[in-house]
Design a protein around this ligand. Structure first.
Ligand code: PGA
Length: 261
């Protein structure tokens, strides 16, 4: 199912200069990539300079956040319309946005729609909290977040977007989901997409895993049926670890591909 997609979410880390230095190093360490699409999500400030620096055949860029209106009196906000041409991807519904900044389903679906409208691929992040997991509500949460997040887009548009399954309890905690749980969740996500948008959309949509991915466990997710790539926070801040994960992904492509349903 095409190239694997690996996204580095640097969150509120690295200055513009550090980000530039990182890209310079990563360029050298990663070498020529045949089977992996690498996307970097730096601080908003670094997007424009990195857009000039990165070789787009090598790395793409993602916004960590944006506002859903295209323009207007929204002090402090940056719109998807302003990011058009600067980034290829945009994170939407990350658990830190949902929980720290109180983003609701309504905001998230408007952002997904704004990204699509502006030629930016939305990466819709979904996942259950520890409490929801303990209460056996994982499937319900996944379904609600998919229905809520994708309400404003068409079945053709949904085939182009990316879903990142990121259990909240695994983000930045060092507690990662088992590949079996990830496989089950990813299958469930595709089943819901099929139910909502049809078979073609379910086959085309790319689904990533995120949550405490590191150099040691990355392979197990990359080999999990139905997983098209990774969304990596903490480990992506170390350019050597991140380059190591990319290298593993490239090497793995010589292995037989497991397909998800
Ligand atoms: P983590 O973050 O890899 O540090 O757990 C993942 C994310 O927030 O996307």
């Amino acid at each position: 199912m095409g190239k694997k997609l690996i996204i580095a979410n640097w969150k509120m880390n690295l200055t513009v200069n550090e980000a530039s230095l990182y890209v310079h190093k990563l360029d050298k360490l990663a070498g020529k990539l045949k089977h992996t699409e690498v996307v970097l999500a730096p601080t908003m400030l670094a997007l424009q300079p990195l857009n000039m620096q990165v070789q787009h055949h090598h790395f793409n860029l993602a916004a960590q956040n944006f506002y859903w209106r295209d323009r207007g009196a929204y002090t402090g906000e940056v719109s998807a319309a302003q990011l058009r041409g600067v980034v290829q991807y945009g994170l939407v519904g990350h658990s830190e946005r949902r929980h720290i900044f109180a983003e609701r389903s309504k905001d998230i679906r408007s952002k997904v729609q704004a990204a699509v409208r502006n030629n930016i691929v939305p990466v819709l992040c979904i996942g259950e909290t520890a409490q929801e997991r303990a209460d056996k509500e994982t499937s319900d949460v996944i379904r609600d977040q998919l229905v809520g997040g994708l309400a404003n887009i068409t079945s053709v548009e949904v085939g182009q977007i990316v879903i990142a399954y990121e259990p909240v309890w695994s983000i930045g905690t060092g507690k990662f989901a088992s590949p079996r749980d990830v496989e089950r969740a990813v299958k469930y996500i595709r089943r819901q997409i099929e139910h909502l948008f049809g078979k073609v959309a379910a086959e085309n949509v790319r689904v990533l895993y995120g949550g405490s991915v590191n150099l040691d466990n990355a392979m197990s997710y990359l080999q999990t049926a139905g997983v098209n790539g990774l969304l990596i926070g903490e480990s992506s801040l170390d350019v050597y670890a991140f380059a190591g994960i990319i290298k593993k992904c490239e090497d793995m492509s010589s292995l037989p591909v497991k397909r998800g349903k």
